[in-house]
Ligand binder design. Structure first.
Ligand SMILES: Cc1ncc(COP(=O)(O)O)c(C=O)c1O
Length: 427
């Protein structure tokens, strides 16, 4: 354990920790998961693409594939160069999961994949499908009647609930979403409009998960999407790396050990950044360097990996309150398996203050006209933190993974924007 970093974590100060357990993996061929698992998930999503296109016509331009673009951030990079007083050695890009179709967040990747996989399993059990079936038939009344006899439960800080809720409701499942106290009102209201049963908890995310899991275990007809422990979510997120590979090739962006790709990932419980990290390592090997970003009040993954105690330690154990405006990242205890599975694939970790997130939110609108939610800004300072703190940083490409924003109601976003603007004025 790095005592200096720990002291600063306890004081809720911004920190950077270069992971001393980082391994220069070239290929992943042993371990619990392999590239074959990612490819199987990708194939399943391809099978379901006609269904997605039918249920969500906004995806027809991408033939039912839920994917987001990679965009250069020239103006924002210039602003950050000025802010940090250093010209970034490399180029800054953004992966726009904030505009991912259906639920406007990174959670659409894993969440929707898990609901589809579960629907497929039920249909197989019932003998409703064989290999030749066109999966768009999952939208038919026959399937809806079948799914209406099943309930999907999930606990969430908001965005996973949105993804699972919207997809499950469209297929005809009953859905119960346990929301932590951090979940924003508008996310709950949106789910209720879809007919989802939203259960509000006064406590934090870990508590909501515990209650949801207990409830599901007591009954047979319930399926629990376990954000703290789901391999299916993990593989759904990992598919993004295959897609990213194609996008980078198309854009002519080199990724090699001499010109690494640094990927800056906001982290809550760790499922989304963990799955993406695994996918990236499977595709790019040591040419990619994932970096995790967390709020100063909720650094559960940093704490879990640095201490080696993973889900056995909570940020509350070091005196932090787990209260942050970054609702999607308000998690005090890390996933049960992400740190253990991908901990040595994460190049570094850092924390960000809430006020910095708000300032970045305002600036990103002014410079690039992109509207993100606060959690989604966590990866934005990563390139500069690395450049300042890591003397071994090889110049390369920096990709900020923007994880949510598109569903945020205008008035909610504007409040954050105005707060960010006021803070910028005070610089
Ligand atoms: C906007 C946003 N970014 C990042 C994350 C982090 O994902 P995970 O909790 O899987 O680490 C979340 C989680 O809900 C989120 O809503």
């Amino acid at each position: 354990m790095n005592e200096q970093v720990l002291e600063r974590l306890k004081a809720a100060e911004e920190v950077f920790w270069k992971n001393d357990g980082y391994e220069h993996h070239e290929v992943i061929e042993d371990g619990a998961f392999t590239m074959a698992d990612i490819r199987a998930a990708e194939e399943r999503l391809l099978k379901f693409a006609p269904l997605i296109e039918r249920l969500f016509p906004e995806t027809s331009g991408q033939n039912g594939i839920i994917e987001s673009p990679v965009v250069r951030l020239e103006r924002m990079q210039r602003h950050l160069d000025d802010l940090y007083g250093t010209a970034l050695a490399g180029s800054l890009y953004i992966k726009r999961d904030d505009i991912l179709p259906i639920s406007g967040s990174v959670k659409a990747r894993g969440g929707i994949y898990e609901v589809l996989k579960h629907a497929e399993e039920i249909a197989l059990e019932e003998g409703l499908i064989d290999e030749s079936l066109d999966y768009s038939q999952f939208a038919s009344d026959q399937f809806k009647v079948l799914f209406s006899r099943h309930t999907i439960i999930c606990a969430s800080t908001g965005n996973l609930g949105l993804s699972i809720g919207v997809m499950s409701a469209k297929l005809g499942f009953k859905v119960e979403i346990h929301m932590s106290a951090d979940a924003k009102e508008w996310k709950k209201a949106m789910l209720r409009e879809y007919g989802v049963d939203v259960i509000e908890h006064m406590d934090d995310y870990s508590h909501a998960v515990e209650i949801g899991r207990e409830e599901a275990m007591q009954r047979d007809d319930f399926y629990f999407v376990d954000d703290e422990d789901s391999v299916t979510l993990f593989l759904g997120y990992a598919v993004s790396a295959l897609r990213l590979q194609g996008q980078l090739e198309e854009a002519g962006i080199e990724v090699s050990r001499d010109k690494p790709l640094y990927v800056h990932l906001p982290c809550g419980v760790g499922g989304a950044p963990g799955g993406i990290t695994f996918g990236l390592k499977a595709v790019f090997g040591d040419a990619v360097r994932p970096v995790f970003a967390e709020p100063t009040h909720s650094p559960c993954m940093l704490l879990g990996v640095m201490s080696g105690r993973h889900d056995e330690i909570s940020v509350r154990d070091i005196g932090l309150d787990n209260v942050t405006i970054a609702d999607g990242l308000a998690v005090g205890r890390a996933s049960k398996f992400i740190g253990k599975t991908v901990g040595d694939m994460i190049y570094g970790f850092y924390t960000v203050e809430d006020q910095a997130l708000l300032k970045l939110l305002a600036k990103l609108w002014e410079e690039e006209e992109m509207k993100l939610e606060p959690s989604a800004l966590a990866g934005m300072p990563g390139a500069y933190k690395l450049q300042q703190e890591d003397p071994d940083m090889i110049p390369g490409t920096h990709l900020v993974w923007s994880t949510g924003g598109d569903m945020v109601p205008e008035e909610v976003w504007r409040r954050d924007y105005e707060e960010g603007q006021a803070l910028l004025g005070g610089l």
